[in-house]
Design a protein around this ligand. Structure first.
Ligand code: MTE
Length: 308
């Protein structure tokens, strides 16, 4: 993965760190979606210490929508971040279904309509830290993966969850032009998948997920590098063994299976101690687990520089 030129800095209202992952309200009604301005108004507080709206230390500012939807990593549409939106604009997201199976009591295929009908959408504002050392703050809409897993009932032998992105070379030029082991695969340990922070997202900025951001449905695991959050999901498989994953298969020494955000473990080719927040000037310190320290018990007793 290469880091391209970053978009220009922006000025926006700050939100406090505490607001970053709170569940605010039911997000989508059965059919309708609240307007972006309603949600943004609810999420963006004003920081008296920063009357100009410029970033202060430790302050997280929601990334501007036009930046988050025009600067994307989605190798199925090529390696140029700024071209993904244009290349993905005709990607067919309807109809769509997600097959959930493997070591579960009730394997099942869910249509998008069933997912919307059966699981309450919430808004979650999460930091997103890419392994390339840039980050964003994004307002997702979705529901905890744990709720879906509860419905299918993992069997006792299930220890991991595999995720598969769509394979559609006729619509995805990267799957033809780039010699990678398609389809894009990712994986989590079952307890990571069941953690309440782990989200299946179907919306962003109070609108259905755009194709470039992984629509119509993607994974979001905010304490791990962004590549763990597989886009355009079609299959979720419970399994006994650790799943093969896309980047780990390509370069295991660079992209570990765990991929927890960790400023103390550098990428072999660059430091992970700092990051560039898209829309900000300068850099900021990277936080262990991307600041979501409530996940630390998942890794108790593990050497995170070995299991990177
Ligand atoms: N999922 C698929 N299927 N293909 C990809 O290339 N890129 C990953 C992740 N999910 C990727 C993917 C990487 S490296 C990042 S940083 C995030 O998606 C980027 O998500 P965004 O474009 O919505 O910011």
């Amino acid at each position: 993965m290469n880091t391209e030129n970053f978009p220009q800095p922006i000025k926006q209202e700050p939100i406090t760190p505490k607001q970053l992952y709170l569940t605010r309200r039911k997000f989508l009604e059965a059919a309708g979606i609240l307007t972006a301005s309603t949600i943004l108004a609810a999420c963006l507080g004003s920081d008296p210490a920063s009357p100009s709206g410029s970033p202060t230390s430790g302050t997280d500012i929601m990334t501007r929508k036009d930046l988050a939807t025009s600067f994307n990593n989605f190798y199925e549409f090529g390696t140029s971040k700024s071209s993904v939106a244009e290349r993905a604009k005709d990607f067919q997201m309807q109809p769509w279904q997600v097959e959930v199976g493997g070591l579960v009591r009730y394997p099942r295929i869910f249509s998008m309509e069933e997912l919307l009908d059966n699981f309450t959408q919430e808004e979650r504002i999460y930091r997103m830290r890419c392994v390339e050392a840039w980050s964003m703050v994004l307002p997702w809409a979705g529901f905890p993966l744990a709720q879906l897993l509860e419905v299918v009932e993992p069997l006792p032998e299930a220890k991991f969850v595999g995720f598969q992105s769509v394979y559609r070379p006729e619509e995805m030029p990267g799957q033809v032009g780039l010699e990678f082991p398609w389809p894009y695969l990712e994986g989590l340990r079952l307890d990571e998948a069941q953690h309440p922070l782990t989200l299946l997202a179907m919306g962003l900025y109070a609108e259905p997920l755009t194709p470039q951001n992984g629509g119509p449905i993607r994974l979001v695991v905010p304490w791990k590098y962004g590549f763990k959050s597989a886009k355009a999901l079609v299959k979720i498989t419970l399994q006994a063994d650790q799943p093969v994953t896309f980047w780990n298969a390509i370069a295991p020494q660079e992209y570990g299976f765990y991929a927890n955000v960790n400023p103390a473990v550098d990428h072999p080719r660059w430091s992970q101690s700092e990051e560039r927040r898209i829309g900000e000037i300068g850099s900021r310190a990277t936080q262990l687990f991307n600041g979501y320290e409530e996940v630390a018990p998942l890794y108790e007793g593990m050497d995170l520089s070995v299991n990177f």
